[in-house]
Design a protein. Structure first.
Lengths: 386, 401
């Protein structure tokens, strides 16, 4: 097993460090965990604050990975990853993954110049929120797409139901994965269409998740779109879909890395201050060793996330393998760290008052989103031909 | 790195590659078949063949057996970056290690730091040339993890120390020429403050060694006994009773070495999945055993993540920033990973992975069985996993005693 074939340094550059400082500043000030709590307690329908998203877009976050020709900043995933990590630290809900990485990514990678110009400037400005409507079952499955797109005069008629559409409630348009050919599970015969949420026959239902975010169930009931709604040639979308999902997995991995780091650091701090039997609980070896083990797991996660983000920017052939490794590892690590964090906090760890429980809930949801550890081990094995 | 230095480095790479291609005998570019192919040097060196002797001679003449040591002590005075390039180029060509040496890996760096000028001149050049084979006299029967409780005594008598006691787990003590050894020179002082670091000629009267048999069979590890052994006082490294500092510095080098060797070993061995394909077969291109497949993928990912972390740590140091973690993490993770790998290998081989001598299993299968059993020691030797966790908890996380 080689260490990936992207010989790019895994150390942050000065510029990336300063992006981190700006992002941290903003997120800690404007979107600390109390921000998520406020949205939750208000039963906010969107699940994120448009005002914050505008401000983040103003800082260049929404356009970070897009070229200047569509209004972007022309930086890369290494930079966006730093921002996502900071958002992960405060569980800050933003449409970065849904709009920028998944739906925006599909348009950037699969769309024509006209389609890019139609959608991406609005994304970069933080004015348009989009979503990728992909999964259909109860677990993420790349090619398990039953939603059909039948050719009709001048376009296609889309019928099917999508689940767990990130930010699907509130998205202006949906990038829908549909099948023009083949059977459920086939990699061939897939197509991507950009469908305005207001199109006749689109029904969006908000389905809140335990981490206080929103996903949606979206029904397409004979929704008719023109040929110009298709991203690329209908039937050949798997390559773009793969790239988009790999990027999504890596981006989510960066966010989860931040969550894991924060939950871990808060726990280590608690181990030093909480006293029982007259001594800090961090002096008990049973807890020390587990904390030290978690430290290693988090460091390994950090390395693979950094490598994967850089691989996207370098356009290396190792992106799929690194995406699988990064998503599997961050999923497993974040869940483990957050679960251990609860245990090491004792009773207060299971109260709603303490943030640790919020990290645990986010860990589980983010782990399942775009495929958990088992899913990505399967993919890793396939990519290695076994 | 600035462009000029990078350019120099690329030049160095090109010239290194050319030299290796011209001077590494072709037989030395094939993978070592077993430990018998290893070259350890010493007063009575054993070479598997003439090419191995020539290869060592050529590398030693370049100073490349100890590339980062100063030239006057037998090294080549290379920078860290250059040494890495040399390493990479050797790996790329598949060159065997010209010399394996505890002297080069562990003793040399601490002699450079703590040795007297005379000690450096006496010991470093012949060590780099592979003319002295060293062993490490640290552990004792009652001083394992708690190394500082060691009891082998050294008492000053005129211009010599007289050493009495026993060491254990001393690799190659029966074959080594010299030992770097921890001895107690002040029994009354607190345990860390009464230890000294001595270099002992294994030919001295009163030294004896006896090999230890492990669960994996014969081993290079020995018990070593000292019975009134006289050691010239000039062979004390560092200050009297100041040996613990030297001992710890050496352990850092050992730990770094162990994790690096583990990482390198992963590259050389046949990937688990390809072994698994032969033994388990495939169904539609997918390994027929879904549960083993999942564990193989997990191990593959973890070793990828481990390699990336080693790389990141090296890059962080090169960038002149303090490394965020310690060698302890690599020692811990690398050895646990290695154990996992061999557990899996034996499970993949099934009945054929647990055969013993005299059964109909192949030589490779027998070797994997031994390697599996041997790997259990990885997380004990060089500081157990529990000790590494203690170190991480204290030094990295700052958790209280
Ligand atoms: C194959 C092999 C090769 C070796 N090679 C060398 C060599 O070349 N030179 C040399 O000097 N030594 C060598 N050693 C010795 C090695 O360093 C010791 O075995 C090791 O330090 C552990 O000591 P011990 O065996 O006495 O076990 P012990 O220290 O008795 O440990 C027993 C168990 O208790 C645990 N334990 C001990 N202290 C603590 C603690 N504070 N907290 C939590 N758990 C603890 C240990 O982790 C272990 O699980 C080798 C050992 C082996 C097995």
């Amino acid at each position: 097993m080689s260490a990936g074939n992207t010989p790019v340094s895994l150390v942050l550059t000065e510029d990336q460090e300063s992006i981190r400082r700006v992002a941290r500043d903003y997120v800690q000030r404007s979107m600390p965990t109390t921000h998520l709590r406020a949205l939750r307690d208000a039963d906010d329908a969107l699940g994120y604050a448009p005002a914050c998203w505008s401000e983040l877009a103003g800082l260049g976050v929404a356009g970070m990975v897009f070229p200047e020709s569509v209004g972007g900043v022309g930086l890369g995933f290494a930079e966006l990853g730093v921002v996502l990590e900071e958002c992960g630290r405060t569980l800050a809900p933003t449409p970065i993954v849904s709009t920028v990485v998944l739906a925006g990514g599909a348009i950037a990678l699969g769309g024509s110049e006209a389609q890019r110009q139609q959608w991406l400037p609005g994304v970069c400005a933080g004015e348009r929120v989009l979503a990728l409507a992909h999964d259909e079952g109860t677990r993420h499955a790349r090619y398990r797409v039953a939603t059909r797109a039948e050719p009709v005069a001048g376009g296609f008629r889309i019928t099917g139901e999508k689940t767990f559409v990130l930010d699907g409630h509130g998205a202006e348009a949906l990038v829908v994965v549909a099948r023009v050919d083949g059977a459920v599970g086939d990699r061939t015969g897939l197509a991507l269409f950009v469908v305005p949420a207001s199109s006749p026959g689109v029904a969006v239902t908000r389905t809140p998740t335990v981490d206080s975010r929103n996903v949606a169930r979206v029904r397409f009931d004979g929704v008719v779109v023109g040929v110009d709604a298709a991203l690329g040639a209908p039937g050949d979308a798997a390559d773009v879909l793969d790239r988009v999902l790999d990027r999504g997995a890596i981006a989510l991995g960066a966010e989860m890395l931040g969550g894991a780091l924060e939950a871990f650091e808060r726990t280590v701090a608690y181990l030093k201050t909480r006293k029982q039997f007259g001594v800090p609980i961090g002096s008990f070896q049973a807890l020390k060793h587990r904390a030290a083990q978690l430290f290693c797991e988090v460091e390994l996660s950090r390395s693979v996330v950094l490598a994967a983000l850089r691989a996207i920017d370098a356009g290396g052939p190792d992106v799929p393998v690194l995406a699988a490794a990064a998503k599997a590892r961050t999923s497993d690590t974040f869940v483990r760290v957050a679960a251990e964090a609860i245990q090491m906090h004792g009773g207060i760890g299971v109260t709603d008052e303490l943030d640790i429980g919020l990290f645990y809930k986010r860990a589980k949801v983010a782990a399942m989103t775009l495929g958990d550890g088992a899913h990505h081990r399967d993919r890793f094995a396939r990519l290695h031909g076994y | 790195m600035d462009p000029e230095r990078r350019g120099d480095l690329e030049e160095f790479r090109a010239s290194t590659r050319a030299w290796l291609e011209a001077h590494c005998p072709s037989a030395m570019r094939t993978p070592a078949r077993s430990a018998d192919d290893d070259v350890w040097g010493g007063r009575a060196p054993v070479f598997p063949n003439e090419d191995a002797r020539v290869w060592l001679e050529r590398m030693a003449a370049k100073g490349w057996t100890a590339p980062t040591w100063p030239r006057e002590y037998g090294g080549a005075g290379l920078s860290r970056d250059e040494a890495r390039v040399l390493d990479e180029e050797q790996r790329r060509l598949g060159c065997r290690m010209a010399l394996k040496s505890f002297g080069v890996w562990m003793l040399g760096p601490v002699l450079l730091e703590y040795g007297t000028e005379e000690q450096k001149r006496t010991f470093l050049p012949p060590t780099a040339r592979g003319e002295i084979r060293w062993c490490q006299g640290y552990s004792e029967p009652s001083a394992g993890s708690d190394l500082a409780s060691l009891q082998t005594r050294a008492v000053l008598d005129g211009d010599s120390y007289v050493v009495d006691g026993q060491k254990v787990w001393t690799s190659h003590a029966d074959k080594a020429d010299w030992m770097f050894c921890l001895v107690r020179t002040d029994a009354a002082a607190p345990k860390h403050e009464g230890i000294s670091f001595l270099l002992i000629d294994m030919r001295s009267p009163g030294v004896s060694a006896r090999p230890i048999r492990l669960i994996s069979g014969a081993s290079p590890f020995c018990e070593a006994f000292f019975d009134g052994v006289r050691v010239p006082a000039s062979q004390l490294v560092g200050t009297l009773n100041g040996g613990w500092k030297v001992a710890k510095a050496l352990l850092e080098h050992e730990r770094a070495l162990i994790s690096k060797m583990r990482d390198a070993a992963f590259g050389e061995d046949e990937p688990l999945e390809s072994v698994a394909k032969r033994y388990l077969g495939t169904d539609d291109g997918v390994l027929a055993d879904a549960l083993l497949r999942d564990r193989i993928a997990q191990a593959g990912m973890d070793s990828l993540c481990n390699s990336l972390t080693l790389r990141r740590s090296a890059e962080t140091m090169r960038a002149g920033r303090p490394p965020g973690h310690e060698t302890s993490m690599f020692k811990l993770y690398g050895t646990e990973l290695n154990k996992r790998r061999f557990e899996l290998l034996v499970e993949i081989e099934g009945y054929r992975g647990v055969g013993a001598e005299g059964s109909d299993v192949s030589a490779e299968e027998l070797a994997s069985t031994r390697a599996w059993l041997r790997s259990r020691a990885n997380s004990i030797e060089g500081g157990s996993s529990e000790i590494q966790l203690n170190i991480i908890a204290r030094r990295v996380l700052g958790l209280p005693e």
